[in-house]
Design a protein around this ligand. Structure first.
Ligand code: CTP
Length: 398
């Protein structure tokens, strides 16, 4: 959902700091990179060890690394981030941010940040209502910073009222909305298929292929990171997908994939068929393991249904249909035939002849051919980058 997005979290001295490790976990699960900065006071409320373990990065507080004397550059941090969240924000740091005081790493980084800054105050009721706090919040808003309003409820002091830090799940949603605002894929309903299918011969054997599912999963993640609602129909694959914005349906056979896809197809606006679907399946699946002694040397096969072709024949003008062609010879002609015969808007051609392309690699080398007649050849790239190129091409078709 937030694949590769870089998020800075600044934590200040407030009891609500205990909620931030949960937020870090949610962001990491969604694929974001998270860098935590603590003010000196924040260290009394939450440990750097917890946060560095969850964020998988050292947590920063000081300008200098006391062990090796190196400098933590607030300028680099400020430029690195796609989004800077200061949460919980104490009345003290709020006041300093409003006046531009820069006496710790968090504050200097705020001044250096070019990305959107979100701030989530958390303090006691009367501190929150104080005119100084109100004026400081208005000042931060005038800088273009976005306020995550505290919620009402029981406060650490025992008082009840406004001042509680929003729950991590809600802050996560606000971050996602902020990072995907302006994306053409925001709230689009997308269906992606990935992985191989396994066609069972008997209880212990199957006919399959070498697809890992990685290309399709990267496409699903790229769409989720752009704010789309993604359904991923995933064949047998080792890849764990736990992005909350991707709804995963696990299937095994071509028939199961067909059935699930056809259920989802009418409600999908963009469909990308990256799965390597078996073209044939055994006529019969033996109920018991086929014994060597029986001397059976042939398996009778029947064709599976072509999911993509089925969708192509039912496609409405406001649906975009993208297929893959993995070829070993006569690549471009074969891809063009599939583009036409299956009524696609775009086909992603990869050739097994190209080193590092196709099944089982972390990289891929593709040519994107559209029904409008455009053709773009890309160099060898990571599958994550290829996914971004495919999305950029789909965007140009919208
Ligand atoms: N595909 C599908 N259903 C099938 C077979 C393929 O939806 N039963 C889809 C794949 O997901 C891919 C595209 O069709 O997006 C092309 O798959 P490919 O195996 O390259 O082509 P085929 O049409 O099966 O033709 P051939 O195997 O003869 O190359």
């Amino acid at each position: 959902m937030l694949n590769g997005k870089k998020i800075l979290i600044g934590i200040t001295g407030s009891i609500a700091a205990y909620k931030i490790p949960f937020l870090v976990r949610l962001l990491k699960k969604a694929g974001a990179e998270v860098q935590v900065i603590l003010t000196p006071a924040a260290r009394d409320f939450v440990t750097p060890l917890t946060l560095s373990t969850l964020s998988e990065r050292p947590v920063l507080t000081d300008f200098f690394n006391k062990q090796d004397g190196s400098w933590h550059s607030h300028v680099d941090l400020g430029l690195w981030a796609d989004l800077f969240l200061v949460a919980p924000l104490s009345a003290n740091t709020l006041a300093k941010m409003a006046t531009g005081i820069a006496d710790n790493l968090l504050l200097t980084t705020v001044l250096s940040a070019r990305c959107p800054v979100l701030f989530a105050p958390a303090m006691d009721l009367d501190m929150y209502r104080h005119p100084a706090t109100t004026a400081n919040i208005s000042k931060l808003k005038s800088f273009g910073y976005k306020l995550i309003e505290p919620a009402e409820g029981e406060l650490a002091s025992g008082l009840k009222g406004m001042g509680r830090l929003e729950e991590p799940e809600r802050i996560f949603e606000i971050i996602r909305e902020e990072l995907t605002s302006g994306s053409v894929f925001r709230d689009k309903k997308v269906l992606v298929t990935a992985g191989p299918t396994y066609e069972p011969v008997d209880p212990v054997r199957f006919i399959g292929n070498f697809s890992s599912g990685r290309m399709g999963v990267e496409i699903a993640r790229a769409f989720a990171a752009s704010g789309a609602e993604v359904n991923l129909v995933l064949g047998p694959s080792e890849i764990a997908v736990d992005d909350p914005a991707i709804h995963v349906s696990r299937v095994t056979t071509a028939e199961e994939m067909y059935n699930r896809c056809m259920e989802l197809f009418p409600g999908s606006e963009i469909i990308v068929m990256a799965a390597a679907v078996a073209d044939y399946t055994p006529v019969e699946t033996a109920a018991q393991k086929i014994k060597k002694s029986k001397g059976k040397k042939q398996i009778d096969l029947k064709p599976t249904k072509d999911i993509l072709a089925g969708m192509g024949s039912k496609k409405t003008p406001d649906q975009i249909l993208v297929g893959f062609a993995l070829e070993t010879e006569n690549e471009k002609n074969n891809a063009l035939k599939k583009l036409k015969n299956k009524n696609l808007d775009l086909i992603v051609l990869n050739s097994m002849k190209d080193e590092g392309a196709g099944f089982g690699h972390a990289t891929n080398k593709v040519t994107l051919i559209s029904a409008k007649g455009t053709e773009k050849e890309f160099p060898l790239k990571s599958k994550r980058e290829v996914a971004r190129d495919i999305l950029a091409e789909i965007e140009s078709l919208l």
